[in-house]
Write a protein that binds this ligand. Structure first.
Ligand code: SAM
Ligand code: DTB
Ligand code: SF4
Length: 305
């Protein structure tokens, strides 16, 4: 099995695959904005935005279009290539709020940025409307293996997630789907997640690998710290089984040192989220990220010489 190879062999092979399919110094910078924060009816055990847990995250209204476009514009000025709008919704509902999100998508697309949304479940007609508005990608994670899934989420099925991904694909929007590690799952579960992603045909264009951000008040707040080499192994496996996909080192970078992050890049990660915040939790300082990129001679996508 690929995942079980000696780590240095696995990383070495993943790097070869990476170099065959991707420019070796390219790193795509993405930024998130939470357009609708908190109060989510789902019970995802990792999530600070679930209304089931007392995490101190308030239930806020949908942001104004102008506020979102302002944030996108300043992100673009900071070298960000992809802008992702997230909402703490179980699913998309037709109506004024969805119309407002469509205006956000049109506005971000007009800035010439890659637009991404993550709004929960959606149906085919909603996916088509997002596509018409200029949406490039839709993020909807499988999160973990089918076997471990019901230890983490009970309010939505694995099949419902696959159905949403199928609606996204059918509308011609690119698929962004990955998961979270460090939730107490086994090696077999990490392999199971990557297997589910890799049997999607075509593969997701984008595969976010999140390390659990432990948030007080959530059921996973006291999870054990994960060995960062497990993350490196997971990324190298993702790169090996999905050679063309962009593998994103997503949440959890604050718990990694720069050497671990460097190994993730060597193993095949070619995107990170930058900016002070992810959706509700902190992210590394932008100045630290800029320094790391300089040290490693990485070139942000869209800024090639
Ligand atoms: N509500 C929508 C949904 O679940 O599809 C969109 C937003 S939701 C916050 C997007 C993803 O963020 C989740 O699928 C999960 O993979 C990730 N996420 C949420 N909380 C996290 C945490 N504490 N640590 C790591 N990843 C997390
Ligand atoms: C993904 O896989 N990770 C991002 C993005 N998709 C939406 C979200 C991470 C959220 C981390 C917890 C928070 O900040 O609330
Ligand atoms: Fe809601 Fe998404 Fe958080 Fe689950 S991950 S509780 S669906 S915001």
């Amino acid at each position: 099995m690929i995942y079980d190879q000696p780590l240095l062999d696995l990383v070495g092979r993943a790097r070869q695959i990476h170099q065959r399919h991707h420019p070796s110094r390219d790193l795509q910078l993405c930024q998130l904005i939470s357009v609708k924060t908190g109060g989510c009816p789902e019970d995802c055990a990792y999530c600070p935005q679930s209304a089931h847990y007392d995490t101190g995250v308030d239930n806020e209204k949908l942001l104004d279009v102008d506020a979102v476009l302002g944030a996108a514009q300043s992100a673009k000025a900071q070298g960000v290539h992809r802008f992702c709008m997230g909402a703490a919704w179980r699913d998309v509902r037709d109506g004024p709020e969805f119309e407002k999100v469509l205006r956000m998508v049109r506005g971000v697309a007009a800035l010439g940025m890659e637009t991404c949304c993550t709004l929960g479940m959606l149906n085919e007609s909603q996916a088509e409307r997002l596509a018409e508005a200029g949406l490039h990608a839709y993020n909807h994670n499988l999160d973990t293996s089918p076997e471990y899934y019901d230890k983490i989420i009970t309010t939505r099925t694995y099949q419902e997630r696959l159905d949403t991904l199928a609606a996204v694909r059918k509308a011609g929007i690119t698929v962004c789907s990955g998961g979270i590690i460090g939730m107490g799952e086994s090696d077999a579960d990490r392999v199971g997640l990557l297997h589910q992603l890799a049997i999607l045909d075509p593969h997701p264009e984008s595969v976010p690998i999140n390390v659990l951000v432990r948030v007080d008040g959530t059921p996973l707040a006291r999870s054990e710290t994960m060995d960062s080499l497990t993350l490196v192994r997971t990324i190298a496996t993702a790169r090996s089984v999905m050679p063309m996909s962009r593998v994103r080192l997503s949440a959890g970078r604050r718990s990694l040192n720069r050497e671990a992050v460097t190994l993730c890049f060597l193993a095949g990660a070619n995107s990170i989220f930058v900016g002070d915040k992810l959706l509700t939790t902190p992210n590394p300082e932008r100045s630290e990220d800029t320094e790391l990129l300089e040290t490693l001679d990485l070139v942000p996508t869209g800024h090639e010489a």
